[in-house]
Design a protein around this ligand. Structure first.
Ligand code: SF4
Length: 459
């Protein structure tokens, strides 16, 4: 940690206080009226007139959200056959909620320190994606650390090489490192195997991909589109309120920068997701303000296909290790976050429950609190695992069918944009993906492969 977080840092201007009442806010939510930030605060806190969560009130909020979910998207629960391919863990940004990163100097040729991280070349990324596509996946999600040698493309590399102060812009040439990640466009092109859908380049990565230039975000996203990028993950949002970002990720893209990059992605024609990472130092006022910023963004762009609440995984993070937080969100807070997202974001159709963050049991419960999407098969996951998450790295189609039918809902395989769907008949095993170029219904992994992975994950 660069500078210890002090009490003063955690004394926020925005606090959960309103002139609204819980009952009024709930009545508005039930009527389908557009909610205000104050309404959202009342629902997230189950009323600012009482301390802590009031269980009976919470159940009423969850019920309203579950009913709204049923009205808007019905009984289907969607999921996707996808692969996570993180290119590199090298990063110098130093976000305090993150244990994915490894200090970039540990990757250098000259260092004595053996890095605990990894960097993949474009050829290595291609091989990993090609293997997964062969098995039947049709979406690759890729989010990476901001490796100092990463450039957008050859033009960008040229500008970075001649920059008068490379350190100031977090640049070091590829030769300084044991393994070079290449350029972003090379990586995107390499991962575009057989028309697989490439979901990558968060606002933070695009910020890195234009450092040291006066290029706007449209320019950068256009070049990435030409390289094969299909959609954009709206991660790196964390909490879109500056006083929180200053504590948990002072080196990261600002709220305005994040919104600007997302608008640019939409203007270039990308569909995108949006996220919130909650349960650390922020309070319910910040969560509500975040929801409003996302809803406003969607009013302007209409390009957000789903909203993904991400509960903070605290175990191995600097925030927890330095006693800034005592843990993450409670299960009550998770349920209310999902529910209020459904009720507040009246312009975003899908709300995701993430088994990586919540586990199976709690993840399923959240599908009854307003969520309707249960993410994807993933195949490999590093970000949450490194932060201390313990829910594994893979769910098979058979797992999905069993879990979703166990709560009386309908399992549906979907494409990234939700446009193509296939309802799965639980009486017709075996279950495997069918929507991808090589998806013929065969399960993604054989039983032996699954067992090997499970024992590796347990270790
Ligand atoms: S969250 Fe991303 S930008 Fe921040 S330290 Fe981790 S890898 Fe780097």
């Amino acid at each position: 940690m660069e500078r210890p977080v002090t009490e003063a840092d955690l004394t926020f201007e925005h606090v959960p206080e309103t002139d609204q009442s819980f009952e009024n806010a709930l009545a508005k939510a039930r009527n389908g009226d557009r909610l205000t930030v104050d309404d959202a605060i009342e629902l997230l806190t189950t009323g600012t007139d009482s301390e802590g969560i009031v269980r009976r009130r919470k159940e009423r909020v969850l019920e309203a959200a579950d009913r709204r979910r049923a009205e808007e998207v019905g009984e289907e629960v969607t999921f996707i056959a996808n692969l996570n391919n993180n290119v590199t863990t090298a990063c110098n940004v130093g976000c305090l909620f993150c244990n994915f990163k490894d200090a970039a100097h540990t990757f250098e040729r000259e260092t004595e320190i053996e890095t605990a991280g990894f960097t993949k070349t474009p050829a290595e990324s291609r091989e990993i994606v090609a293997d997964a596509v062969e098995r039947g996946i049709y979406e690759v999600t890729s989010v990476s650390g901001l490796h100092p040698a990463f450039a957008l493309d050859d033009d960008h590399r040229e500008l970075l090489e001649t920059h008068p102060n490379p350190k100031e812009i977090n640049y070091k040439p590829p030769e300084a490192y044991e393994t070079s990640p290449g350029t972003y466009t090379d990586q995107i092109a390499a991962m575009s195997v057989d028309d697989v859908h490439v979901h990558s380049m968060t606002p933070e990565e695009v910020y890195h991909a234009r450092r040291g230039t006066d290029w706007d975000y449209e320019e950068v996203y256009s070049r990435l589109k030409d390289a094969g990028l299909d959609t954009v993950p709206g991660t790196a949002a964390e909490i879109l309120v500056e006083e929180v970002r200053e504590v948990i990720c002072p080196g990261k893209i600002s709220t305005d920068g994040w919104l600007e990059a997302m608008e640019a992605a939409a203007s270039v024609g990308f569909d995108m997701t949006a996220t919130i990472m909650y349960g650390h130092v922020e309070n319910e006022a910040h969560r509500a303000m975040h929801l409003q910023r996302v809803r406003d963004l969607q009013d302007r762009t209409g390009a957000i296909t789903e909203f993904v609440p991400l509960s903070f995984i605290h175990q191995n993070t600097p925030l927890f290790e330095h006693d800034v937080v005592a843990g993450g969100a409670s299960t009550d807070e998770d349920e209310l976050m999902i529910a209020v997202s459904r009720l507040f974001l009246d312009n975003i159709e899908h709300i995701q429950s993430s088994w990586v963050k919540y586990g199976d049991e709690h993840g399923l419960k959240l599908l009854n609190c307003g969520a309707d999407d249960y993410m994807g098969t993933i195949l490999s996951e590093e970000i949450t695992k490194r932060a201390g998450g313990g829910y594994g790295e893979f769910r098979s189609f058979a797992d999905y069918v069993e879990m979703i039918t166990s709560i009386g809902r309908v399992p549906v395989e979907r494409s990234t944009d939700y446009e193509t769907r296939r309802v799965i008949d639980p009486d017709e095993p075996p279950f495997g993906p069918q929507l991808g170029p090589n998806a013929d219904g065969t399960p993604l992994l054989t039983r032996e492969e699954r067992e090997t992975r499970a024992s590796r994950s347990a270790k």
